[in-house]
Design a protein around this ligand. Sequence first.
Ligand SMILES: Cc1ncc(C[n+]2csc(CCOP(=O)(O)OP(=O)(O)O)c2C)c(N)n1
Ligand SMILES: [Mg+2]
Length: 891
Amino acid sequence: MKNLAPTDAAALEAVETREWLESLDYVLRQGDKARVVRLLDALRARARQAGVREPFTSTTPYINTIPVGEEVPFPGDREIERRIKSLVRWNALAMVVRANRESDGIGGHISTYASSATLYEIGFNHFFRGRNAGGDGDIVYYQGHASPGIYARAFLEGRFDESHLHNFRHELRPGGGLSSYPHPWLMPDFWEFPTVSMGLGPLMAIYQARYAKYLENRGLKAPSDQKVWAFLGDGETDEPEALGAISLAAREKLDNLIFVINCNLQRLDGPVRGNGQIVQELEAVFRGAGWNVIKVLWGGDWDPLLAQDTEGALVRRMGEVVDGEYQRYVVEDGAYIRKHFWGADPRLLEMVRHFSDDDLRKMRVGGHDPVKVYNAYRAAVQHRGQPTVILARTIKGYGLGEAGEGKNITHQQKKMNEEDLRTFRDRFNVPIPDDRIAAAPFYRPQQGSAEVEYMRKRRDALGGFVPRRAVVAPAIHPAMEDVFDEFQKGTEGRKASTTMVFVRMLAKLLRDKEIGKLIVPIVPDEARTFGMESLFRAVGIYSSIGQVYEPVDMDTLLYYKEAKDGQILEEGITEAGSISSFIAAGTAYATQGVNTIPFFIFYSMFGFQRVGDFIWAAADARCRGFLLGGTAGRTTLAGEGLQHQDGNSHTLALAVPTCRAYDPAYAYELATIIEDGIHRMYGNGEQAFYYITVMNEQYDMPAMPESARDGIIKGLYRFSAAPSIPNAARAQLIGSGAILNEVRQAQQLLAKYGVAADVWSATSYNELYREAHRVERWNRLHPTETPRVPYVAQCLAGAPGVVVAASDYLKSQPDMVSRWIGKPVVTLGTDGFGRSEDRASLRRFFEVEARYVAAATLSALLAQRQIEPAVVTRAFKELEIEPEKSDPTIS
Ligand SMILES: Cc1ncc(C[n+]2csc(CCOP(=O)(O)OP(=O)(O)O)c2C)c(N)n1
Ligand SMILES: [Mg+2]
């Protein structure tokens, strides 16, 4: 008998493979997919035990994650949605083209929205919930450069009129205009989140989603199925911030978070990964971090072909083509695609034999197919236990044709000639006649038209328009009885640092019956540094799952207590994450309707310097709250050296328009600033936040001098009058923060040399500077009226004697107000690099210690011939001043 068993190894393997696949098909036919997973797990375990090393794979094949069989039919009216989308596309394009015709170089972007129109329209028509939906409404972070599309839709919805669109990027025209990008500061009824500094949006969205859960777990917000959507560019994912917190999102099981990454494979200059595949790279990163990844790569035209692809030749080809080549297919014709994509394998060529070249060129990628996008979003909102990322393949400049579609220049394309406009119009059937096309007119169908009605109905069903910013939380006027009073008295002989005082204040605020629950302490793994560990036990550290272990310090009083309703956001070592929590908490009065009051305390050198762009975004977002720069002061923080010692942050804070920065010296100053700040922000509705430096030097906290309150807030008040010395030379000494104590000592030293000095505390040079400029501007613009006098001049212009100002920050701080004082001001500060040293040596090195303050005063008096040279020479000797010591600013 003839042996039918195959003899060669390949044939044998083919038979075996077929048998295994048939077995798998059999299990699949039973309909239990979970069983398939168990089966594969068992096989994998057995193979591993037998020493089989599987190659590591972090990606899935280069096809849609959702198989056709799992798709649901599209619930909307595809035709009308297509028409609406086309009109949005047209108006977005017309807005940018017209703006650039009128003012060359005014900018704006066409191609980003052109690629993401379907991604947004599916959201607007089917998913994004407005605030009137009965729940909280969704929170959406729009890709900044897609703003023309978002405006164009609002125009069609009737929220804007033609003049708004006409004034795109002309915000200073009468009646105002639309801002270039999402800026809540500029359009406070529309935009909620600044996203245009790329990378910040995704990180802020993660912490926003986490904050929503925090509010729920703490009972400050009713549980809801609110979603946070973040739209970002594929190029944007190169920003470290964009992907920097994705593991937190997975760890916290943020199933209220959906990232939509617009994978048009291009960024500004060219391809994102010409030689690779950005989609696969991102899939690996997100899967590895524990996200649910949904790839939307191919449109419905591909489904029948994939169904025929029993041997996997098409899937393999899809997976081997690099992005640079995919981009090429966009600009080439069908013949090229046939040759280069399909021609790689005769089986593939055969598959598309009956397709014309034009058919091949028109085959859509997934992000432009409403059915695919709808199904991806649907799966995302239904997914539980993980955040979802949707990786949607799109084409940059979709529809621009010769004017830019898929071309490397497309990001910057802002101009289109008549021919280009006509092609675009034809492609999207925009009803604009030939004789008007050159003018690129805006187009909005009549009220009552099918398109407008459809849009309205969809938005009504979804709870109203988005984006929309509204301040929902009512103003509060907390009495805060007994919280701040004790600090007016001082510490009565006990030594304390402003950091200790702050922590005590925070603890009392947390206990306040009215606003205690609204306080949100935020700390990036630095609570012990600031002596805050008592709060761990008192209010708990927030953990979405409580505490599932017994902490090592369980039997101590201040153990590390994590709790589901814990109040402290202990963020770990991430200032970027912490500031994102700060922004979420400080804008919750609008976003979530809750007046939470964040207190974010950090190492001051890792604040403005490290996360300055986030702080800028906080200001744009009209954020409220308190930033506390801890262990601040270049010479007050001893030991730590060059990296840690901060003398810069007040200067950096000056640049942020809504940030009020203070450098308080004493407990009562701190209490006055914080109490006033709470009332201003949460009672008066001021959209500002505070930056307060707190130090770790311990000293006596004096009682509050009479009527100092106003001056503390304005930035300057007289702390103590000059001693009475007969025939004295006079001086005004100004100190801030811990250096105020040096200045007070200098007052005493100077008395020995016959100098009577008043002492002033400058709590905020930044505020003095701003007020003086406001006054000066008013005077300039009202030249015929009685000039007003800046506050700093009211304090010091008439004060007798020389003026010497010292702080633990850059000399530019006092310098910037000196011109209103009417005479030269000697400024002492800590410009330069810090050193690891003790406090006294540091102050000597930077020449801000009492003796150098006194010496500077004597020098100034001598220059004005108000003191004898011999006195100064003697004083320098006695004070051990070293005239030839190295210059700290450059050493
Ligand atoms: C932090 C930051 N750096 C640079 C830019 C300038 N910029 C604006 S858009 C862009 C390219 C965006 O590419 P991608 O993220 O892929 O978005 P696409 O427009 O392709 O959707 C660049 C470099 C910016 N806005 N923010
Ligand atoms: Mg891109």
